[in-house]
Design a protein. Structure first.
Length: 117
């Protein structure tokens, strides 16, 4: 019984390494502190603050996808994982974009004309 080798399934995500998790955690903390500090010390304009928040959010999303979800395109299984993730993002964009479009149209159509009062 002790001669049986147990092969760990990776499901296309690659080998688990502590170093990638540590790097991901450090990057996430930095990408959280940068916008926080830009808001705490009120020396930047509002446009610059919003730009910093937006860029930090996108970078943090990418860090979490790469370091913690470990999405890559190294083999066939990992490419399928990546395609599933991209399909999920497309569905989310369609749902959220469609909802915003419908809400904007409802708001536009429900507004009273001030001349009719």
């Amino acid at each position: 019984m002790s001669d049986i080798l147990l092969d760990e399934q990776t499901y296309g995500t690659g080998k688990k390494k502590l170093s990638i998790y540590v790097v991901g955690m450090i990057l996430c903390v930095i990408l959280t502190l940068v916008p926080f500090m830009s808001l705490m010390y009120d020396v930047l304009s509002d446009v610059v603050k919003m730009t910093i928040i937006f860029i930090s959010a996108i970078l943090q999303f990418l860090v979490q996808v790469i370091c913690f979800l470990r999405l890559n395109a190294k083999n066939e299984q990992s490419r399928m994982n990546l395609m599933s993730f991209i399909f999920t993002l497309i569905i989310l964009v369609v749902l959220i974009g469609g909802s915003v479009w419908i809400m904007w149209s409802l708001h536009y159509n429900m507004m009273m004309d001030h001349g009719s009062m």
